[in-house]
Ligand binder design. Structure first.
Ligand code: FES
Length: 397
């Protein structure tokens, strides 16, 4: 469909909409993935491997209609992300309008494509919060991981600019085997840049990252050391300086994460072409998800088959169905269950109770083998996410 949202809003139609289903809350968090394009090539990117398969990007007016509908439904937090959202020339317009609608607005960016003037424009438009991602604490490693020899200097300059213009700033470092042993230097850099929060988030294995898992997954020993270092810094900082948030990879847990706080509970993602998803990875599931060009956000959130697919507990198989922890973790991550076991209704194999848990153990073993190979000079490099490699990956799909 190519028609805009406003022409498909059933609020304007003569047909009376069915009442809202009971027990489904509001989409509190709205994530606007403005584009899948990105100037960087990170090997741990969680975006779909065949990201170019999506249709055209939504226009400014189509995005504004999505934001209006979301706000009407109670959405309060709005994230602009991608790809790299700075590539959208209408970002300032979207921020200004969103702020006027009453959203708390976050920009989630690599910093590539930003300059002092743009930061000032964002401020003037009312942007509340900026998160900048770094790959590492040194120019050499950062630029190698990003696949860009200008990335580190640009990120440093923009982090300084963001603070100079009075923003609260989150720095995000995706942690994996290549940068985890330098976590002390990462924290030092974050202190120097006066970050308010630092996310030390170990890579999650979706999309492009899953294809590189053997090269990215750290060992248990690396993780323990990194967590101990983070705790040491927390003690030293004693409430001063940045708040450090260390996120363990679920591959080393015995119970799964309560992914997205539960399917279709608070979180609504709109992808660049207008497909609506309950999480950023759901596009890879064999489920038809609705598009904002065809349905109102209210229909999508409350009534669409895609969003109702894994709500409640009726869809669960054993061992989740009779598990006394199912209300805590909802059986884990549907996307991970699908990618690793082939059935999204299976328990997340991270769970030790899952009959597929051996897949996680195998992944850890496989990563250890790769570490041993790397130590003897035989290791392989992660594959960067760029147009040539995406083309190759698509041929293999
Ligand atoms: Fe999709 Fe976890 S990422 S449900």
């Amino acid at each position: 469909a190519s028609n805009g949202c406003s022409s498909t809003n059933p609020g304007q139609a003569a047909v009376k909409p069915s009442p809202l289903p009971k027990g489904v809350g509001q989409p509190f968090w709205l994530l606007a993935e403005l584009t899948y394009s990105c100037p960087l090539q990170c090997s741990y990117c969680a975006n779909p491997v065949d990201f170019k398969n999506g249709g055209d990007e939504l226009s400014t007016e189509q995005w504004l209609e999505v934001l209006r509908q979301g706000r009407k439904m109670g959405a309060a937090q709005l994230g602009f992300s991608g790809g790299e959202p700075l590539l959208r020339k209408d970002l300032e317009v979207l921020i200004r309008e969103a702020r006027q609608m009453g959203y708390y607005t976050n920009l989630i960016t690599s910093g590539m494509g930003m300059d002092a003037e743009r930061v000032a424009n964002f401020k003037e438009a009312g942007l509340d919060h900026i998160q900048i991602s770094f790959q590492a604490s040194s120019a050499e490693l950062n630029n190698r991981l990003a696949g860009s020899d200008k990335a580190f200097e640009q990120k440093l300059a923009m982090a300084r600019e963001v603070k100079a213009q009075g923003y609260p700033m989150v720095l995000n470092f995706v942690i994996h085997r290549d940068n985890i042993d330098a976590i002390d230097q990462i924290i030092e850099l974050s202190i120097e840049l006066e970050a308010d929060y630092v996310e030390l988030a170990t890579a999650q294995y979706y999309g492009w990252a899953l294809a590189n898992r053997d090269q990215l997954l750290p060992s248990a020993a690396q993780l323990e050391a990194a967590e101990a270092t983070t705790n040491r810094y927390r003690d030293q900082l004693d409430g001063r300086g940045p708040k450090l948030i260390f996120v363990m990879p679920d591959y080393y847990e015995s119970r799964p994460k309560d992914c997205m706080n539960g399917w279709g509970k608070f979180f609504l993602t709109i992808t660049p072409d207008g497909t609506a998803l309950p999480c950023h990875s759901a596009r890879e599931l064999p489920i038809d998800f609705p598009n904002v060009l065809d349905s109102s956000l209210e229909d999508i959130w409350y009534r669409s088959a895609g969003f109702n697919h894994f709500r409640g507990y009726g869809w669960m198989k054993e061992p989740c169905r009779s598990c006394d922890e199912k209300e805590k973790d909802f059986g884990g991550c549907r996307c991970q269950a699908f990618k690793l076991t082939g059935d999204a209704a299976n328990a997340d194999p991270v769970c030790e109770k899952s009959p597929h848990h051996h897949l996680i153990e195998q992944a850890r073993d496989s990563a250890l083998h790769e570490i041993a190979a790397a130590n003897s000079g035989q290791g392989s490099q992660p594959v960067l996410r760029n147009a040539r490699n995406i083309g190759r990956a698509k041929q293999q799909l």
